[in-house]
Design a binder for this molecule. Structure first.
Ligand SMILES: *Cc1c(COP(=O)(O)O)cnc(C)c1O
Length: 410
């Protein structure tokens, strides 16, 4: 345990070296944007798994719940416990699979809600539940080939769970594999399978029923008929678009276009500035060699903070509103920039790795494109060594908070 003095001095060092800034105003704004696409009867589940995609799950959860989200989605039980320990009372769905008696005890104790993926898992749950009736969420596989029972076996699965003591079906859900693709074929096939399975179970999609939900961020944006009772959004909460054509909105009806603001910025300080001569190599392996007199800045952030080493000699960093090329191998704790075009740069000045500075902007999408990956992976790659610092004022929803009438099966 840290003494008071030590912990407060760590807090003071939040912006000493490198940090992640979380813009709570942008986050609330994004929630408002998403709600504007939805009918008032549809609930918003904020997906805050993986520490809210690297943004810090407790702060994000508190902010999005104030702004009008009513459910939280996590991947694991410890992620749910972290939210409960912070005093968050909203319903929390564990999207991942859970099986063991210890896990079931934790789910009950912390009032988390599990996803049931298989009949076997449902039986274990029914036998293990100790307290009152546990709300559960049935997962159907309609074409993602990840968790869930095949949509073709939905009737048997739902009948089984309905007949088991101690469980009540709160929702039946599925997950889309290709919602951000321009080609809607697979998405429409999944939607057809999902609806067919629900109807085969004897439910009316518009009637009194368990909750139905299918849409992730992209699904929420591309087609309101995917919304049903709830949408589960991750990426767009954090202000990024699931695909470039969804940013421009060129393929969307005007009412579906979203004005999203990136929530995360990554910043670090210059720790030394020096001149090097032509022919001088920079960093491990000398993968950069100066071809002229060059001014370099050493910056206190590296791959142990989550800046991927494969961005070495490729990425740009914003310095005083201008782009500066990163040069040489990115090291564990530090990286170097060519700042020859920036006069009299000082130690201690702040540079922006992701975010906006003046008219220049670098998005997680830019890193993802350089690396051949997706922005989701970039966001959740920032390590805990980087303090998360909140900025901006969140705002509170005008939308009436959803009345959590419990909808269970009769
Ligand atoms: C991660 C996840 C989401 C959110 O996905 P985004 O594309 O980030 O909106 C929704 N549903 C499930 C089941 C997930 O695992």
């Amino acid at each position: 345990m840290l003494s008071w003095d030590q912990s407060s001095s760590i807090a003071l060092m939040q912006r000493e070296r490198a940090w992640v800034e979380i813009d709570l105003a942008a986050l609330s704004h994004n929630v408002q944007q998403i709600l504007s696409l939805m009918s008032p009867q549809t609930e918003l589940m904020a997906v805050v798994k993986a520490d809210a995609y690297g943004h810090g799950s407790v702060t994000v959860a508190q902010t999005v719940l104030q702004a009008g989200a009513s459910w939280l989605g996590v991947a694991t039980i410890p992620e749910g416990i972290e939210l409960r320990e912070a005093g968050i009372e909203a319903p929390i769905l564990v999207l991942g699979a859970t099986h063991t008696a210890d896990q079931i005890r934790a789910i009950e104790h912390w009032r988390l809600q599990p996803t049931l993926c298989t009949p076997k898992q449902a039986l274990v749950y029914s036998e293990s539940v100790r307290g009152s009736v546990l709300p559960v969420h049935i997962k159907l596989d309609t074409g993602m080939s990840r968790l869930g029972t095949s949509w073709e076996q939905a009737v048997e699965f739902v009948q089984l769970v309905k007949g088991l003591p101690n469980l009540s079906i709160d929702s039946i859900y599925s997950h889309l594999a290709t919602a951000e693709d321009l080609d809607p074929t697979i998405r429409k096939q999944q939607q057809k399978r999902y609806e067919a399975a629900i109807r085969a179970c004897g439910y009316d999609l518009a009637g009194k029923h368990p909750r139905f939900h299918l849409a992730n961020s992209a699904g929420t944006m591309v087609d309101p008929s995917l919304h049903y009772d709830m949408v589960r959004t991750g990426l767009i909460l954090y202000g990024l678009y699931p695909a470039e054509h969804l940013r421009s909105g060129s393929h969307l009806p005007p009412a579906s276009r979203l004005d999203l603001r990136p929530v995360m910025q990554v910043k670090a300080r210059v720790t030394q500035v020096k001149r090097i001569q032509p022919g001088t190599g920079v960093s491990y392996g000398h993968r950069f060699v100066a071809d002229r007199d060059t001014t370099i800045a050493v910056v206190g952030i590296g791959y142990a903070d989550g800046v991927p080493r494969n961005l070495s000699n490729k990425m740009k960093v914003l310095v005083r509103g201008q782009q500066a090329a990163q040069i040489g191998s990115i090291t564990m704790d530090q990286l170097m920039l060519d700042v020859s075009h920036i006069p009299a740069l000082q130690e201690g000045e702040v540079v922006t790795l992701l975010g906006q500075d003046g008219n220049e902007k670098i998005l997680a999408d830019d890193w993802a494109n350089l690396l051949g990956t997706i922005s989701w992976e970039i966001l959740c790659g920032f390590k805990h060594r980087l303090p998360r610092v909140s900025v901006g004022q969140p705002y509170v929803a005008k939308r009436a908070v959803f009345d959590p009438i419990k909808r269970t099966l009769g």
